[in-house]
Write a protein that binds this ligand. Structure first.
Ligand code: PMP
Length: 357
């Protein structure tokens, strides 16, 4: 018989969606609209695509394991030193590196009860103990999270804006958190949706890193830069924390194509601006549409909306799927929909109206 630790056996594998073409065939539809994974509906940064041209001739070589040019560009952009920047195979991977580097068996990691599912998975896989704190009004309750810290706490996750609720914590709330959390706890600011935020009270979490606090800011090229398929994200932290992350980082975790595309995407302010504008307009479109159906979406700073369908959410999800619209069922009556292009948003609202009629 296999010897498997119960922490590993307790995990559920991430359930991947079916390929779109497969679904289309099964459902007998000519078009399926995917609004399930908070991807950029405009596609990849055009500059990133252009940068990929010619790269194929170098694919027999290993990537630059130090990702020199990309880390340098990120460091310049955010005014940190190069030794403060780490790349990951998606920011997902950096979450795993954090758990691997800093959790010994039984160490605790504080997180919200309704947040990005990977935190719990990585903490458990590293034999750590997730300490789960309820949201308050769909938002991280940072006071309660600070109160949940014990001498065994090593990591505290702040998903800002939060996936799946879209809410953010303010600069003031983060200031109070940082004043009350012991200096040796690493505060992880997961800012995957940073570039979409419009609220001026969004905290400057990177400033805590710059002032030497034990913190890390995670960003990604998967969302506004439109490069989810290449798997590349980054972290900015203290040189000391980065040194430990690099001890457990696979040497070639950021591949050649991802590094090239990300470097170009980082300089594509035009794509970012257009994506933000399309998102803002689409968000308003969906919010208005949901309100017209008497649903009440949670105000969002990200590129998705979280809303209560006041009936079995799984059934609504399945019915939408049969209409060719893929959203995300979170739990109970709660669904999450990614903002798409105008016609995708209309198709979603039209199908939802039909489904809940
Ligand atoms: N953090 C949050 C909050 C996310 O929603 C996601 C993507 N779903 C990630 C991290 C991971 O993104 P990636 O690995 O594609 O960089």
């Amino acid at each position: 018989a296999l010897h498997v630790h119960h922490d590993i056996a307790s995990l559920s594998p991430y359930v991947p969606g079916k390929p779109i073409e497969e679904l289309q065939r099964e459902l007998g539809l000519s078009r399926v609209v995917k609004l399930a994974s908070n991807e950029n509906p405009l596609g990849p940064s055009p500059k990133a695509l252009a940068a990929l041209a010619g790269a194929e001739t170098t694919l027999h070589r290993y990537p630059d394991g130090g990702a020199y040019r990309l880390r340098q560009a990120i460091a310049d952009r955010w005014k940190v030193a190069m030794d403060q920047v780490i790349l990951g195979n998606g920011s997902d991977e950096i979450l795993g590196l954090l758990a691997r580097a800093f959790l010994a068996p039984g160490d605790e990691a504080v997180m919200a009860d309704c947040t990005f599912v990977i935190y719990k998975m990585e903490v458990t896989a590293a034999h750590g103990k997730p300490v789960v704190v309820p949201l308050k009004e769909w938002t991280h309750d940072l006071e309660a999270m600070a109160a949940a810290v014990t001498p065994r706490t090593r990591l505290l996750f702040v998903c800002n804006p939060n996936n799946p609720t879209g809410t953010m914590v303010s600069a003031e709330a983060v200031r109070r958190l940082m004043a009350s959390v012991p200096e040796d706890v690493i505060v992880v600011f997961d800012e995957a949706y940073f570039e979409y935020v419009r609220d001026p009270h969004f905290p400057d979490a990177l400033d805590y890193v710059k002032r030497g606090r034990n913190a890390i800011v995670l960003r990604t090229f998967s969302k506004i830069y439109g490069l989810a398929g290449l798997r590349i994200g980054y972290g900015m932290t203290t040189p000391e924390i980065n040194g430990y992350l690099n001890r457990v980082r696979p040497p070639f975790n950021a591949n050649t194509l991802a590094q090239r595309a990300a470097l170009a995407a980082l300089g594509d302010d035009e794509h970012v601006a257009r994506s933000r504008a399309v998102n803002a307009a689409g968000m308003e479109h969906i919010e208005n549409g949901l309100r017209a159906l008497a649903f009440d979406p949670v105000p969002s700073e990200a590129n998705f909306l979280y809303f209560d369908v006041r009936r079995d959410g799984r059934q609504v999800f399945d019915a939408l799927l049969r209409e060719g619209i893929i959203v995300r069922h979170i739990e109970g009556p709660m669904l999450r929909v990614t903002v798409g292009q105008p016609e995708e948003n209309s198709a979603f609202l039209h199908a939802l109206k039909k489904v809940v009629a």
